[in-house]
Design a protein around this ligand. Structure first.
Ligand code: HAM
Length: 428
């Protein structure tokens, strides 16, 4: 490689996330992990790629995600794999493989890969936080999963997120509904958008998902799913909505909400952020998939989950102007050492072992350069060790944020530094 070789860049539709921006990621993942544990979910880690059949069968070959967006490849042993386009199918595959006792509740944080047209909020590699709960069809489980998502959005500071909800019914009522919808589309197919005019019959439900005005107009005049649910599915749905209401979570009934995957049955939901443009305003979504375990070769097992896009969530936080304080990661102290004696090595070790986030400059730089670095780091205090301090067995403290000690910078006995810093930090 020589000077004229252009440097490599991350692939189109992907991003590097560096500090300090990555501190927000740490913050949202930690918040999610702690909430998930409170709700009884344990972390699951599954491979980033799976036999392509897991997604073909699980998500459905007529879905856009599988037919147009999946990264499929053969390995050197001629096996066909796909990079995970979402989290649910892999988790259910793992459930079927390991058969853990039910109810089984798993949470995850994972990259997901979809060959989409990159734009703000839509990437070829995005990241999802999610949960899956298997082994019960009880509407209480639906309420719990939706509540977890809702409380998570609250915990990271979002205030303008709405919950849209629908029921897809179980196989039979949905099957009957699809026949009615197909009959309606057969009459009005010529008025659908370019994409669906020819292709609607492969999967009529996809037309409900289409946001183009032509498809919206045709489907709005047609049959709606909730009017065709059987009594069981209707009761199940009513209990979910009432349960959410009892804990102060308002759900907007949205009959057109069918979502893009074939595995959904009964409850489906989406969280939309009013602060984002409508094409990319879904910050999370999920639903029941009571047939998925069977489709992947396991016993009949009800399940429900949701996934939330981390990049989208951060865009919404920005758009809503949520303060960064909650997620900020700046050092507590910055050690400035002009003696080059190794005193700072020992002091930094003591501080860090004592629970203080401490940074330093490297390369024996001047006092001025080290103070600039200290200011730049966002640390609360600078701890100065120069020849005078060293000789007296002391450290000088400077408050970098309030300027409180600007005139009278206190000196602290070397042996007391960690305790003094910790006291000052808890005082604020
Ligand atoms: P999904 O709606 O396809 O559902 O994705 C979940 C969330 O991931 C979306 O609401 C969005 O925030 C984010 N997302 C999706 N695609 C992209 C993209 N290309 N770029 C950026 N963010 C994106 C699922 O994946 C289901 N597995 C959810 C689920 C879990 N259903 C049941 N359990």
């Amino acid at each position: 490689m020589n000077e004229s070789t252009p440097p490599f860049r991350a692939p189109v539709g992907t991003h590097d996330v560096l500090a300090p921006a990555s501190a927000q990621w740490e913050g949202v993942v930690a918040t999610f992990a702690s909430l998930a544990h409170r709700y009884g979910f344990g972390l699951i880690i599954t491979p980033m790629f799976e036999d392509v059949g897991v997604f073909n069968r699980g998500i459905g070959e007529s879905s856009d995600v599988v037919s147009k967006e999946m990264y499929v490849f053969s390995d050197r042993g001629q096996r066909t794999f796909a990079l995970r386009p979402e989290g649910t199918a892999s988790v259910v595959r793992a459930f079927v493989q390991h058969r853990p006792p039910t109810p089984w509740k798993a949470w995850y944080v994972t990259p997901a890969f979809r060959y989409e047209r990159p734009q703000a909020g839509r990437y070829r590699q995005h990241h999802q936080l999610g949960v899956e709960a298997l082994g019960s069809e009880d509407p209480e489980l639906d309420i719990e999963v939706i509540a977890l998502a809702w409380r998570f959005f609250e915990a990271v500071g979002l205030r303008r997120v709405r919950l849209l909800i629908n029921s897809m019914g179980h196989d039979e009522c949905r099957g009957r509904y699809v026949e009615l919808l197909a009959a309606h589309l057969a009459l009005h197919g010529a008025q659908l958008c370019d994409e669906h005019r020819r292709g609607w019959s492969t999967n009529p439900l996809r037309v409900l998902d289409c946001k183009r005005p032509a498809c919206v107009a045709v489907t709005e005049a047609g049959p709606m799913l909730p009017d065709h649910l059987c009594e069981d599915c209707r009761n199940h749905f009513a209990r979910v909505v009432a349960g959410l209401e009892s804990i102060g979570i308002e759900a907007t009934l949205t009959p057109r909400l069918v979502r893009g995957f074939d595995y959904y049955t009964r409850t489906t939901f989406e969280f939309v952020a009013d602060a984002l443009a409508s094409a990319q305003n879904a910050v999370g979504g999920g639903g029941r998939y009571d047939r998925l375990a069977e489709q992947l070769g396991g016993p009949p097992t009800g399940g429900i989950g949701f996934g939330c896009g981390i990049e989208r969530l951060l865009l919404v936080r920005d758009a809503e102007g949520v303060s960064d304080e909650l997620l900020k990661r700046t050092p507590d102290v910055f050690v400035v050492d002009t003696t080059g004696s190794g005193d700072s090595t020992v002091l930094l070790d003591e501080l860090r072992r004592g629970g203080v986030a401490a940074q330093r400059a490297y390369g024996g730089r001047s006092m001025k350069a080290q103070m600039r670095a200290a200011d730049h780091s966002g640390a609360r205090f600078a701890l100065l060790i120069g020849p005078t301090e060293q000789a007296a067995g002391q450290v000088t403290m400077r408050d970098l944020r309030s300027g409180e000690f600007a005139q009278a910078q206190p000196t602290v006995e070397r042996g007391d530094v960690v305790a003094v810093v910790r006291d000052l930090l808890t005082e604020k």
